[in-house]
Design a binder for this molecule. Structure first.
Ligand code: TRP
Length: 339
């Protein structure tokens, strides 16, 4: 199959934090699996320009970019197959963002949920609607549209909160195609994985950095054990039957184990396995899955030059496509060469 007939799967990872088990189950694992499909060409990038919207802490952004790159590589992403790059290494992205900004209704952006939430918070405290709102936050969906449209992505795996942004990208693409009379852009589609969407955290809520209830993917063995021990359970004694379906520990196990292993654990719950024993089993299971990638991760983190090289190669591949495409788009809007 040639590259141009493959389905293009693209997704971005905002580089503000340290990857945790929830990121793995919800995004990294399905993305790496998708990249192995011979009918797919995948584009995975670090959305480091998006990170600037949320964080003005250069050290944190730099560290997060390195950790995220090392994580994906350690977990088996093959950068000679997937196009793996930093958004900021592909300047065509911001150039396209401007072209899209000029065909995108401001009123439509007023309804973007991140912006609306900021306005609602301001109104709740009787402040000016736009207090603390940067143009970066406001234009977030336009930058994201540029990410997708630049590579004519067909499928975009994301969390539910991102569906609106993909719809906005489709609107921008449609409008651009109409105004400039051509099929320049493919309309991207959101892909939401219903089964692995959300992993619960230590306290039973969604595992999320903002709830401070995460298990970092590459915690040391000791930290991993400590965190698994912290997963909230209840006061039932060993010997008393336990309900797996309302149990964070079980949900976390289930996100990793095979169906027959999950069935066996379910039985142990019914037979009254003690919390201590159940936690030891879950820890051992996770640790056995994570220990090889953890070693690769530690080695990669000690060799930033190797990661840099991979990302520069990824950006070159991305730009091989993006740059001629941008030239075509410039031409279409009236910014082409004179001769
Ligand atoms: N906004 C996305 C998020 O926070 C990250 C992202 C940036 C993205 N650009 C993208 C996701 C393009 C998919 C496609 O999750």
């Amino acid at each position: 199959m040639t590259n141009s007939t493959k389905t293009r799967v693209l997704t971005g990872i905002t580089t503000t934090g340290t990857p945790h088990l929830g990121n793995y189950v919800g995004a990294i694992r399905p993305a790496i699996n998708a990249s192995l499909d011979p009918n797919v060409q995948s584009y995975y990038f670090m959305a480091d320009l998006h990170a600037l919207i949320k964080s003005q802490d250069p050290a944190r952004i730099q560290q997060s970019r390195l950790e995220i790159a090392a994580t994906w590589l350690a977990l088996g992403l093959d950068p000679t197959n997937a196009v793996f790059y930093r958004q900021s290494d592909v300047p065509e992205t911001t150039e396209l963002m401007w072209l899209l900004s000029c065909v995108c209704d401001k009123g439509r952006m007023n309804r973007a949920h991140a912006y609306k939430a900021a306005v609602a918070d301001n109104q709740a405290e009787n402040s000016d609607d736009d207090k603390g709102v940067t143009m970066g936050l406001f234009s977030y969906p336009v930058l994201m549209a540029a990410d997708m449209l630049l590579f004519n992505a067909n499928k975009v795996p994301v969390g539910r909160d991102q569906i609106q942004h993909i719809e906005m990208a489709r609107d921008m693409a449609t409008r651009f195609n109409y105004l400039f009379k051509g099929e320049f852009f493919t309309l991207p589609e959101a892909v939401i994985d219903e089964t692995t969407d959300v992993l619960v955290g230590l306290d039973g809520r969604k595992m999320s950095k903002s709830y401070n209830n995460t298990i970092p993917l590459f915690s040391t063995e000791k930290e991993l054990l400590k965190l698994v021990r912290k997963i909230t359970t209840n006061s039932l004694e060993p010997g008393e039957p336990k309900d797996p379906d309302n149990c964070s520990l079980f949900q976390i196990y289930k996100a990793f184990a095979q169906p027959d292993e999950v069935a066996a654990m379910r039985l142990k719950y019914q037979e009254g396995i003690g919390w201590g024993a159940a936690k030891t089993e879950v820890f051992e299971y996770l640790n056995q899955i994570l220990s090889a990638p953890r070693e690769r991760y530690v080695a990669l983190m000690q060799d930033p030059a190797a990661i840099e090289k991979i990302l520069i190669q990824g950006a070159a591949r991305a730009r091989d496509e993006a740059s001629p495409f941008m030239a075509r788009l410039r031409q279409a809007v009236g910014l082409g060469h004179f001769a």
